[in-house]
Write a protein that binds this ligand. Structure first.
Ligand code: ATP
Ligand code: MG
Length: 257
């Protein structure tokens, strides 16, 4: 279980551009939950993910995983148990390495290794099996440089790489936003399959309200650094895209957008 306890986060403290984003923010995510987070631009979604991953510090409050306080734990250590996929498909993969080398790197995450044992061909069969699950024919392209793959192919690989080792959380920040509608849908379906197959705890930020309603078992809406809607499984099932859009529009009107 993930707990964010009374988190306070101020950007640029003590300067003219000081901005208190989170004040006393508390949120818990249970093991096995698949949470979709929606909210307008600047509402604090990426900042929230960055706090979970340790990419930015907080002034006050605690981040706990399974009861252990990790507030002061460095980002690279947290990433041993966190997989993250970004909006930009180029972020989660190394373009100048082959697909095989990329898979090897992901396979050895958190372990110390030199590059030659790191690209041990013995794992070839395993990588081929995992890539074949993507249904994109990538199992036959292990010697291709990842930089030559399309955005959708790269994002599928990034997703696979992020989930290769055992994880506490899968973090997705608008990971389908840079893709065409058809590819975005297939990456979303793949994501859902992976979360279910590996029984992952996932936190997904999306601007696609339909994805937020259709996928996952919890829907959170943020506005100006606050959680203004939190629908758990049963309530979420009753909600429709129109209902969520209506709430979204109401807060936008209140904000004067
Ligand atoms: N490093 C930073 N320094 C100063 N302000 C920041 C920084 N990062 C984010 N902010 C501010 O914090 C607020 C929340 O930003 P954040 O990126 O978390 O929003 P978001 O909900 O992810 O938005 P979007 O939907 O556009 O991705 C914004 O007002 C932003 O300008
Ligand atoms: Mg963001």
């Amino acid at each position: 279980m993930l707990e964010l306890r009374n988190i306070t986060k101020t950007y640029n403290p003590g300067t003219l551009t000081e901005m208190c984003l989170f004040q006393d923010l508390t949120m818990t995510v249970e093991q096995g939950e698949f949470v979709s987070i929606v909210g307008s631009n600047g509402s604090g979604k990426t900042s929230l993910l960055n706090i979970i991953c340790g990419s930015i510090p907080v002034e006050q409050g605690q981040v706990l995983v399974a009861g252990e306080d990790i507030t002061k734990m460095e980002e690279y250590k947290r990433y041993q148990r966190i997989g993250r996929v970004y909006q930009n498909p180029a972020m989660g993969t190394c373009p100048h390495l082959t697909l095989f080398e990329n898979m090897s790197l992901a396979d050895h995450k958190g372990k110390s290794f030199g590059l030659s044992p790191g690209v041990n061909r013995h794992r070839l069969r395993v990588y081929q099996e995992q890539l074949s699950l993507l249904g994109l024919g990538l199992e036959n392209k292990l010697d291709v440089l990842v930089g030559t793959l399309s955005g959708g192919q790269r994002q599928a690989v990034a997703l696979l790489m992020a989930t290769m080792t055992p994880l506490d959380f899968l973090i997705l920040d608008e990971h389908t936003a840079a893709l065409d509608p058809k590819t975005a849908e297939s990456i979303m379906i793949l994501t859902d399959q992976m979360v279910r197959r590996k029984k992952l705890t996932a936190i997904m930020v999306t601007h696609n309200l339909r994805y937020a309603v259709e996928y996952g078992n919890r829907l959170v809406m943020m506005n100006q650094g606050k959680i203004i809607l939190d629908l758990k499984e049963d309530e979420k099932r009753k909600g429709s895209v129109e209902d969520i859009l209506h709430i979204f529009n109401e807060i936008s009107i209140e904000c004067g957008n």
